[in-house]
Design a binder for this molecule. Sequence first.
Ligand SMILES: Nc1ncnc2c1ncn2[C@@H]1O[C@H](COP(=O)(O)OP(=O)(O)OP(=O)(O)O)[C@@H](O)[C@H]1O
Ligand SMILES: [Mg+2]
Length: 247
Amino acid sequence: MAQLIIKNLYHKFGATEILADINFSLAQGKVISIVGPSGSGKTTLLHLCGNLLEIVDGEVDNSFSSQAFAFQDARLLPWQTALDNIAFGLKGGGVAKKQRHKLATKMAFKLGLNNDDLAKFPKDLSGGMRQRVAFARALVIKPELMFLDEPFSALDIGLKQELQHLLMGLVVNEKLSIFFITHDLAEAIKISDEILVLDADPGRIVKQIVLDRPRESRDEDYIFNTTRQLLQDPQIISTFELNFKKK
Ligand SMILES: Nc1ncnc2c1ncn2[C@@H]1O[C@H](COP(=O)(O)OP(=O)(O)OP(=O)(O)O)[C@@H](O)[C@H]1O
Ligand SMILES: [Mg+2]
């Protein structure tokens, strides 16, 4: 079975240490979330795991056959229509143009886009639509592994839930694996099999939380109570700098 295995990963930019002693693995059909304060190295870790950044020390062993990315901003090609943006990833796979457009359209419809939207250039789409296009572009190649860097943070709650639902469907039905970065502990509790809490200077994993309860039975109460419980944990408090002094 495909997996991503990270061993003793270390990273620095110039003389500044960014990540140290990072060890974890992500198996097929699982969701791992990384939470931690701003600047703790989450995006850097994603870039290293996704082979977007050269490794300084340690190992990234990735045996998934395909991977895709979605970031906080959609990062679309401004000179191409929404349809061509979605079809773009299939070009490298040698899929003929007609078939590329067919697959891209099908995926776009699944994400709630219509033919009018598909003919538009990114500048003429709303932020939410651009993010749908970015998701369609990532999903159309049917990746085994998805790297998501706070992809929902600019979205309204309805669209966020819709996309979460779609992704969770793929995790269950297609055994998609997800490496997910979020600032939102409740969101991580909702969708993950495991949460890694990163502390800063340099970024280290200070806590590893395994969520045993099946995803489908994590109701509002469970998410609320687990979030509350975790927010009382001294390590999580210090990681999120929640230790405000009481007057
Ligand atoms: N290309 C780079 N060159 C130099 N320093 C960098 C580079 N990329 C990131 N950094 C630094 O590395 C540290 C970690 O950055 P990173 O973007 O990984 O944090 P993050 O946890 O994703 O933060 P946020 O939650 O704000 O997105 C920061 O101090 C940042 O300034
Ligand atoms: Mg980041």
